[in-house]
Design a protein around this ligand. Structure first.
Ligand code: FES
Length: 142
């Protein structure tokens, strides 16, 4: 009794792209570039906001900027590209100082950049980072 050929309805998935305008920083015009980038590391200084947003002993992912910053000790910062060295996806989260790649499951120690789980084997590239007026700036010196 269910053999009728009524057309299936296509459900449009519009909600996933609902506004995400409240991210604080003003540098949000590069959304379409999140993903496979030509340059895994910044070619110009990138401001990441307040340095104390990175927890001491922890790390913070800056997905839009494709960077991850760890803070091994107060006032000390290390930054790495957050672009997976396997096929270029951007890490999607950091858990217990391991960055996760959503594409094929690679994980990276974000305190050293080393790949701790494959398929990636190469470490995340180091990115220079400094604090200027309490704000983190990553990338090459201006
Ligand atoms: S691109 Fe990250 S695991 Fe494949």
């Amino acid at each position: 009794m269910s053999g009728s050929s009524t057309a299936r309805r296509t459900v449009l998935k519009g909600a996933a792209l609902a506004g995400a305008a409240g991210l604080g920083a003003a540098a949000c015009s590069t959304d379409s570039k999140v993903g496979h980038a030509e340059n895994p590391t910044p070619t110009a200084p990138v401001e990441l906001g307040a340095a104390d947003a990175v927890p001491v002993g922890g790390a913070r992912l800056y997905r839009e900027q494709r960077l991850v910053v760890s803070c091994p000790a107060k006032g000390s910062y290390k930054a790495f590209s957050a672009q997976c060295t396997h096929a270029g996806c951007v890490l999607d989260k950091v858990e217990e100082n391991e960055g996760n790649c959503p594409c094929h499951g690679s994980r990276f120690d974000v305190t050293t950049g080393q790949a701790v789980k494959g398929p990636a084997t190469a470490p995340l590239p180091v990115v220079p980072v400094r604090v200027e007026g309490g704000r983190l700036v990553a990338g090459p010196d201006a």
